[in-house]
Design a protein around this ligand. Structure first.
Ligand code: ADP
Ligand code: MG
Length: 490
């Protein structure tokens, strides 16, 4: 079948509860209890309670056990730290088991189909009761079919923090939620890097449109990752039930396909998607698609698919700014009801610039740690708790980077680092940057001087001693410099 491949974790049977693999469900449960017990003994109480306790056995197949964790962050953590051990313990119990797959599954299941796609940051409130007109999601499970709503209270417009990098995408998403299938906004194509909020916005649209109190009544919304779409399609081909699959898809009011880039090179599935797409748009239904690139940059997608994808509204989510990261951290801390000192948020927002998911993961870890030990979060504890995580974000710091960070911190222009201006507001931060350049790099005084608008090495020397002196006199200033140093340090 062309180059379609069976997708990875999504290809596991969804709802298998143990009976498909070796042993009865009761035996499997006993094995699992022993594996957990051994782990607990090996890693100790704290580690066990922080991470491993949250594992749930989803099921086992011939040679694989599937274990779920409630958040993506926990899943990644457990997978990178304990996968080998968990695997070995399973294998010791059941020789057939050669591999353990870790997936993300919240206690609240989303759409029945999306559970491996969405990593809820923290245990949120329970979902609203299932209203009668919710989208029927058909999840085949040993002959049974389960209906699940595509609603998740954690990913709403309210919980989405808006800033410059995402305001356009946010506005477009809101517009689609208010007036689905309006011309010019169909399809809505959201794109951007990993962890910048694409899935969040899609689910926020779904949340609004499936609201039982929506004027005109809730709509039926199907949200699926492209991988899942492919998996379902292949499964339908195998079981000769493509007609049902097509009908199911074409009966919805809104179809959302997340991470469309997975369909690149999957020609048969693309073809099917294209037909579904056309049928829905022609029928006045809304389509929302996300991908990591713009339609024109998604090379490998058929031209006609690309053209159709780009003919509605295309909105991108840009990389976060420091300000947006700060607002997100503050909003999340408030939501979690945990006091996080501004300095800690600043530290995180400076250190973790890659994406919101990582940022959130780090903050969750601090919160989990604080809860576990009943201690307040401080800059010191944050550094300690996140030590290994932050190591991966660290690299050698350059003078340019020091200048940039310091300028940002004191809210002056980067060009003032090398300008001739001598006012205190500019001169002091410049001295701090020189001091940090001396502390954190191996550059000589003359070299540092040159990077600061060709200043003399004696100017740098003076800056270093002045900053040292001030740090001894002014505790707040010292703390500031210390914070900057920590942020820059590798
Ligand atoms: P993507 O789908 O683009 O990879 P997600 O939508 O899954 O990213 O976002 C990753 C995590 O970051 C989610 O937990 C999401 O709630 C959170 N997130 C991303 N952007 C924002 C934002 N602007 N405000 C609040 N949370 C956000
Ligand atoms: Mg996503």
């Amino acid at each position: 079948m062309n180059n379609d491949q069976t997708p990875g974790e999504d290809a596991m049977p969804d709802q298998s509860s143990g009976s498909s693999g070796p042993g009865s469900p009761g035996q499997v449960a006993a094995v699992w209890a022993r594996v957990r017990g051994r782990l607990q003994g090996e890693v100790g109480e704290v580690e066990y309670r922080t991470w491993l306790k949250h594992m749930t056995l989803v099921g086992i197949s011939e040679d694989e056990a599937v274990i779920a964790l409630p958040t993506r962050f926990m899943r990644d953590w457990v997978r990178s730290h304990y996968a080998d051990r968990v695997s070995a313990l399973w294998h010791a119990e059941l020789r057939g088991i050669r591999n353990v797959e870790f997936i993300v599954r919240s206690s609240v299941q989303i759409g029945g189909l999306a559970e491996t796609q969405i990593a809820p940051p923290e245990p949120g409130p329970q979902p609203a009761p299932v209203a009668s007109r919710f989208t029927p999601f058909l999840v085949a499970s040993r002959g049974e079919e389960r209906l699940e709503p595509a609603r998740d209270p954690r990913f709403t417009f309210d919980s989405f923090v808006v800033g410059k990098p995402n305001e356009f995408a946010y506005a477009c998403a809101r517009r689609v939620a208010e007036m689905p299938a309006s011309p010019g906004f169909n399809p809505l194509f959201l794109y951007g890097g990993v962890g910048l909020g694409k899935t969040h916005l899609m689910l926020a649209i779904a949340w609004e449109l499936t609201d039982p109190a929506r004027p005109g009544g809730p709509l039926s919304v199907t949200y699926m990752s492209a991988e899942r779409f492919m998996y379902r399609f292949i499964a339908a081909l195998r079981s000769k039930s493509t007609m049902e699959f097509k009908e199911e898809l074409r009966s919805v009011d809104v179809l959302m396909i997340d991470d469309l880039q997975f369909l690149i090179g999957k020609d048969t599935t693309q073809e099917e998607f294209f037909h579904t797409f056309n049928a829905l748009v022609d029928g006045g239904k809304q389509i929302v698609v996300s991908a990591d690139k713009s339609p024109s940059d998604l090379s490998g997608l058929e031209d006609r698919v690309r053209t159709r994808l780009g003919c509605g509204m295309v909105a991108d989510l840009h990389a976060t700014t420091f300000e947006l990261r700060m607002s997100i951290l503050e909003a999340k801390a408030t939501r979690a009801g945990v006091p996080v000192p501004p300095k800690v948020n600043e530290f995180l927002a400076h250190k973790i610039t890659s994406n919101v998911r990582e940022l959130e993961g780090a903050q969750n870890r601090l919160i989990a740690h604080a809860n576990l030990f009943g201690r307040a979060i401080t800059l010191e504890s944050a550094q300690e708790v996140l030590h290994d995580l932050l190591k991966s974000f660290d690299r050698r710091v350059s003078i340019e980077e020091i200048q940039r960070r310091v300028a940002e911190h004191y809210n002056i222009r980067l060009s003032d680092m090398s300008s001739a201006r001598r006012s205190r507001a500019v001169a002091r931060p410049r001295q701090v940057a020189m001091y940090l350049a001396k502390q954190l790099t191996s550059r000589s005084l003359p070299e540092i001087g040159r990077k600061f608008g060709n200043r003399d090495h004696t100017t740098v020397m003076h800056a270093v001693s002045r900053v040292t002196e001030l740090m001894g006199l002014d505790a707040a200033f010292a703390e500031d410099v210390e914070l900057l140093r920590r942020m820059l340090e590798s």
